[in-house]
Structures are given as C-alpha cells and as structure tokens.
Design a protein around this ligand. Structure first.
Ligand code: DGP
Length: 114
C-alpha cells in the first residue's frame, strides 16, 4: 500500500498528540474532533482498509479494540460509555487509508449515524 499521513505519524516524521502506545498500536488525538475525546487507534503495521485485513491480522485487530477500551476506561468513560468506529472506503467515510479505530467519548452519541 502507499504511505499515508498515519504512517508518517507512526514513524514520528510528523507531529501528533500521542496519548497511548504499545508495541503494535499507536493512538493520537484526531485533528478534527467529533466529540470531547476523539482518539484514533492505528496499527503500527499498516493495513489499508478492513477489506485488506485477513486471518493473520485477527490478533492485531483485537489489540486495536482492546487498546481503545483500555484507554477509554483509564479516562473514566467505562460507565457512561463511548463509541468505537472503523470506517471503510467511500460510503463508510474513510479518508485515510491506514486502518484505524475511532474512539469517541465525552458526549451522548446518536444512532443511526449520519
Ligand atoms: P476516516 O475518515 O475514518 O479515514 O478518519 C480519518 C480521521 O483522521 C479524520 O477524522 C481526521 C483525521 N486526520 C486526518 N489527517 C490527520 C492528521 O494529520 N493528524 C491527525 N491527528 N488526524 C488527522
């Protein structure tokens, strides 16, 4: 896959407000937040979209979600709750083609989404 802005953030080539990191996952605040807390969890090993993920990525995908939940709980959102979202391609609203989990918290979310 071609490189993206998130690859550059993972390699520390461009700045980001990094809030969480493990061996395989990096999380940083979204530049265009849609909630009081809006953090993106990205695998350091890039996968373009959920379509490209396969069985070999199952553990990594699980780690992304667990990282988002861990961070949300540490930030005190366990009881009130929060939302995790993975957008895929045009109709999903994906604009950066390095798979990522959005964590949105700090306000009541609506359903269905727009
Ligand atoms: P998506 O639409 O699901 O591909 O989400 C991409 C998100 O990435 C979008 O909410 C805005 C955010 N974003 C785009 N460019 C940058 C950037 O350079 N830095 C940060 N922190 N976030 C970015």
């Amino acid at each position: 896959m071609s490189d993206t802005i998130f690859g550059k953030i993972v390699r520390r080539e461009i700045p980001a407000d990094i809030v969480y990191e493990t061996d395989e996952v990096l999380a940083f605040r979204d530049l265009n937040p849609q909630a009081p807390v809006h953090v993106l969890f990205v695998p350091k090993r890039p996968i373009a979209t959920l379509n490209e993920a396969g069985p070999a990525d199952a553990e990594l995908l699980g780690k992304l979600l667990l990282a988002a939940a861990d961070y949300a709980k540490r930030q005190g959102f366990e009881k009130d709750g929060y939302r995790t979202v993975v957008n895929c391609n045009e109709h999903g609203g994906q604009t950066v083609f390095h798979l990522h989990v959005h964590l949105l918290a700090g306000r009541r979310m609506t359903w269905p989404p727009g």
